[in-house]
Design a binder for this molecule. Structure first.
Ligand code: SAM
Length: 338
């Protein structure tokens, strides 16, 4: 439906559609006796359907000239030009031409733009990280705190695989690591990380580059916070949360021995939510570590403190309330064992 009336009314309509879809979803999700993994897949499917339905409400955007910022030519529409540029400027095919957009997506971009302007406070850094659109928001502090607390053996060089906003690379630089190279497969994440390094004044220490998995060479510390749940990832936002077939996790483990210096450490940051939901067996991760020729030096555990962990209305509450986030300290197995 292309909405050509009052912008405020379009928002109200979207809210009403959302409430109705939520009631249907709640009925559909309440299936006593089903397993945690069945619950998870059903809830994901219901969410995707709900999002698809909501995305059918469209609003126009227009540009007075190709150099102008976008406006939404509807009564009572706010100024959204900066948010539209934030979301789409570097998107292939974004041609600054009149177009129609899903209102749901436009409001999501507006919210993302506010996060970017305000920044996310990261206590371990004592500073704010500014997430670009589509990058993973470091709003959960517990995993960042683990990276800030784990014992550091060598300060020379670290790699941060899947750097996202660059938050973990920034924590390592703040802890005194002299050079940190972050990699990501999304250009917007690479730009975002480099932007954050510049804002934090560490651009000479930390650098992000467009690379799948490891940069060339070896480092004394290689860290990775892969998406924690196996699952399909149709959008770039999904790709920060879901790792199809645990591919990134397995590539990190199998490639680690070839990118560590002799006494180097790999730090894997991951929670056990996938195991609690029955999406991975409990032996999968220890077996993959062993198969990769790695051994565990130590595991630092913490419990999530974010709001969802204690939200009893969350359909996945039973699993989330038992979730543990861990930093696995790994090293290459010594020949002949220890
Ligand atoms: C869970 S996010 C973590 C982001 C950041 N390190 C943090 O801790 O907030 C995972 C990141 O890995 C990136 N990624 C996915 N596959 C990758 C690959 N093959 N090589 C490098 N980065 C990848 C994603 O784009 C995303 O930014």
């Amino acid at each position: 439906m292309l909405w050509l009336g009052d912008f405020h009314n379009a928002r109200q309509l979207l809210g009403a559609m959302d409430r109705r879809l939520e009631r249907t979803a709640a009925k559909r999700n309440a299936q006593p006796g089903s397993s945690p993994s069945e619950d998870f897949y059903r809830i994901r499917q219901t969410r995707a359907q709900r999002s698809r339905m909501l995305s059918l409400l469209l609003v126009p955007i227009s540009f007075d000239t190709p150099d102008a910022t976008a406006t939404v030519p509807l009564p009572r529409a706010p100024q959204l030009g900066a948010a539209v540029a934030f979301g789409y400027d570097r998107q292939p095919g974004y041609g600054k031409q009149d177009a129609v957009l899903s209102l749901q997506e436009l409001l999501g971009i507006q919210g993302g733009h506010q996060w970017f302007l305000k920044g996310v406070e990261v206590p371990a850094l004592g500073a704010r990280i500014h997430p670009h659109y589509g990058t993973f928001l470091p709003t959960r502090h517990e995993y960042v705190d683990l990276v800030a607390a784990a014992p550091l053996q060598d300060m020379e060089l670290a790699f941060d695989i899947g750097t996202g906003t660059g938050v973990l690379a920034a924590v390592l630089a703040a802890r005194g690591v002299r050079k940190v190279i972050g990699t990501d497969i999304h250009q917007r994440a690479v730009d975002c990380a480099n932007d954050n390094f510049a804002r934090l004044g560490i651009e000479n220490t930390a650098k992000a580059q467009l690379t799948s998995m490891f940069p060339p060479g070896r480092a004394s510390l290689v860290i990775c916070n892969p998406p924690w749940l196996p699952g399909s990832a149709p959008t770039s936002l999904d790709a920060a949360v879901y790792d199809p077939g645990s591919k990134m996790l397995l590539q990190f483990l199998s490639g680690l021995p070839d990118h560590l210096t002799e006494d180097g450490e790999g730090w894997l940051v991951i929670s056990d939510l996938a195991e609690l939901l029955g999406l991975r067996t409990t032996s999968m991760l220890p077996d993959a570590i062993d198969r990769a020729g790695l051994e565990v030096i130590d595991r630092l555990d913490t419990v999530p403190t974010h709001a969802r962990a204690t939200d009893g209305t969350d359909p996945l509450h039973a699993a989330r309330s038992r979730e543990t986030t861990s930093l696995w300290r790994l090293r290459a197995k010594r020949r002949g064992g220890l």
